[in-house]
Write a protein that binds this ligand. Structure first.
Ligand code: FES
Length: 170
């Protein structure tokens, strides 16, 4: 009978060199913990190595065929790209829905746009009118792609809301 209840403590009087069943199970438990921690670390390390570029949506994207897009009269929110697509009398313009303060998505309100995060407000053209937002909401370049789809290029922006219109028919 060992002197100690905790089998990891060595009994100095014990002459038997073989590891006890209890010690073996305790060591297996420690090994499993080390293995689990290693796997957790490995998973987070691989996530770190995975390129971020794969997660960012492309800056040029299609919003549909001209007849489909023009059929949506008014302003429609596109949640994937976080943009407002506005159509009016055969013309299309696309504006960002990303707040210029800290990047929350703004909502359409009667006076223009409002950010739910810190209360920034914008008028109907996206000019910042209140709250901490330092800049207006930009419009993106819209063009007809080679495939016949209406394309939006987020890398080309303008604040000129009249110039932001694109007509696929003209
Ligand atoms: S992120 Fe919109 S007000 Fe702060």
């Amino acid at each position: 009978m060992p002197k100690y209840r905790n089998s990891l403590n060595v009994d100095p009087d014990d002459k038997d060199p073989a590891i006890s069943r209890r010690s073996f199970l305790a060591l297996m438990g420690v090994g499993a913990c080390i293995l689990g921690a290693g796997q957790l670390f490995g998973a987070s390390f691989l996530g770190f190595l995975y390129p971020n570029a794969m997660k960012i949506p492309p800056s040029v994207f299609a919003i549909g065929r001209p007849d489909e897009v023009l059929a949506l009269e008014g302003k429609v929110f596109n949640p994937q790209q976080k943009v407002f697509i506005e159509t009016q009398a055969g013309k299309i313009r696309v504006q960002t829905a990303v707040c210029t303060h800290l990047g929350c998505t703004v909502n359409m309100v009667a006076t223009g746009y409002a950010c739910p995060c810190h209360g920034s407000t914008y008028d109907q053209y996206g000019r910042n009118t209140g709250g901490p937002a330092p800049l207006p909401l930009v419009y993106f370049k819209v063009f007809l792609g080679a495939s016949g789809d209406i394309m939006v290029d987020k890398s080309k922006t303008t604040l000129d809301w009249a110039d932001a219109w694109f007509s696929p028919i003209a």
